[in-house]
Ligand binder design. Structure first.
Ligand SMILES: [Zn+2]
Length: 454
């Protein structure tokens, strides 16, 4: 099919300049040639269109009004621009790009995605894993809190997975791998050092009101996202690829095509809603909105969330999950009590000192029946929402700083005074409250807020 006997000549301002040989191409008259030609020229048109938008390109004076850069007629191509080297150079760049893209083999890249004439194999899909690994490597030099990592998973990593996952059904092994990478990143596992997952991945992928972190797990998200494509087909959407799928793969006698949705079905497809439908439902957690309240600092929220689930690695917890720490007694005091969450966060003398000052400061006494129960009590108060949020934020801050003080003491042998921690809590909360003081909500409990500043 390929011949190399054609010769081309370039005309500049009406004069022909030499000849060069066509090294490869289709024979004239080959039936497939017009189709391929149109396809390829469409790409060139787009490249030139993009080039014309560059600041250092000028149209040919007579083509300026129409924004005309080129004309294609049969196999003639005319390109126009203002006759100065700079602008001709732009055209050369565009042509060079065009030649790089059109010469060579698959996969060519389209919108950053490799295009392949075959079904993707695992190797090609692995590019997604690689990209995710690169992103993780790029941020892992910084010391990030759980909350910081969660943010990266939900923004950067999700946008990558969403981009690929909405276009292709990815192989299970790749989906699993991507989820694994995100999971390891969150809990701090590396190839050298394994860390345990404090909460199962499946739970993290639930929405917050079901006790999760609202992470969009790759495996299920892919299903939900591709559901959108099926939705387009069902809707017989008036776009080229849908028509093509219908023409090639489906005929109108198919049950699938004639399925009439019930009257309660919505006529919009939301990937997020599809995702929620696909994950296993868990009971609603009323206190979630307090754990993730709007006043608290994200890293406090995360530790409070772990504490509510009783997943912080106290010595008792380590024993429970069989990571046998011989020692199960509180490391902070000498009364021989076991290190359970309730001891650490309320009974322990140091923590009691913190709570006493905090109670005096906020004018509310929390009874300490257990973290979940305490949150439930805050929730049941007949207060306005912001006041509950403030109390939950203070509560979360006490949990956070107590946990940090405990870790500093055990792992670094550094002891922090409870007074210092109280000061830290007060200054963090006051700083956060500055955002709310002058809002409508803030004015509704202005005297409560004002008291915290006095
Ligand atoms: Zn103790």
């Amino acid at each position: 099919m390929y011949v190399a006997t054609t010769k081309f000549s370039i005309k500049v301002n009406g004069d022909s300049f030499g000849y060069f040989e066509g090294k490869r191409g289709l024979r004239q008259g080959d039936p497939i040639s017009p189709l391929l030609f149109v396809l390829v020229m469409e790409y060139l048109s787009r490249v030139l269109e993009k080039m014309a938008k560059l600041p250092d390109f000028r149209y040919h004076p007579m083509c300026k009004q129409q924004g005309l850069t080129h004309l294609v007629f049969a196999d003639d191509l005319m390109i126009f621009c203002k006759g100065q080297t700079t602008f001709v150079r732009r055209i050369m760049e565009a042509l060079m790009h065009f030649s790089e893209v059109t010469v060579g083999s698959f996969p060519i890249r389209y919108l950053g995605l490799p295009l392949s004439p075959k079904k993707w194999n695992k190797l090609e899909c692995n590019q997604l894993c690689q990209k995710i690994t690169e992103k993780i490597r790029a941020v892992s030099t910084r010391h990030l809190s759980y909350a910081g990592k969660l943010h990266i998973i939900n923004s950067i990593l999700f946008s990558l997975q969403n981009f690929w996952g909405s276009l292709f059904i990815l192989p299970q092994s790749v989906l699993k791998e991507v989820d694994k990478k995100c999971r390891e990143f969150l809990w701090g596992s590396t190839t050298e050092k394994k860390k345990i997952s404090l909460v199962a991945w499946e739970k993290l992928c639930r929405p917050k009101h079901q006790g999760g972190l609202n992470i969009k797990g790759c495996k299920i998200w892919n299903m939900a996202a591709v559901g959108k494509l099926i939705w387009h087909i069902m809707e017989k959407k008036d776009i080229l690829w849908v028509k093509w799928v219908q023409g090639v793969y489906m005929n109108n006698t198919d049950d699938f095509m004639n399925h009439v949705p019930g009257s309660d079905c919505s006529w919009k497809y939301s990937v997020t809603k599809g995702y929620i439908q696909l994950i296993r439902e868990a009971p609603r957690r009323d206190i979630a909105e307090l754990v993730w309240n709007r006043v608290a600092v994200p890293k406090h929220q995360f530790i409070l969330w772990l504490a509510v689930l009783d997943r912080l690695l106290t010595r008792i917890r380590l024993q429970e999950i069989g990571l046998g720490c011989e020692e199960n007694q509180c490391a902070m005091c000498t009364d021989g009590l076991m290190e359970i969450a309730n001891h650490l966060f309320s009974d322990y003398v140091w923590t009691r000192g913190v709570w006493d000052s905090i109670h005096g400061w906020i004018g509310v006494i929390v009874q300490h029946r257990g973290i979940q129960e305490d949150m439930q009590i805050i929730k049941s108060k007949h207060w306005n929402r912001l006041r509950k949020d403030i109390l939950a934020a203070v509560y979360g801050a006490v949990i956070y700083y107590t946990w940090m003080a405990r870790n500093n003491s055990i792992f670094q042998g550094k002891n922090v005074s409870s007074n210092f921690v109280v000061q830290q809590i007060q200054s963090v909360i006051k700083e956060r409250l500055n955002i709310f003081r002058d809002t409508k909500r803030g004015r509704k409990c202005s005297s409560f807020i004002q008291d915290l500043y006095n």
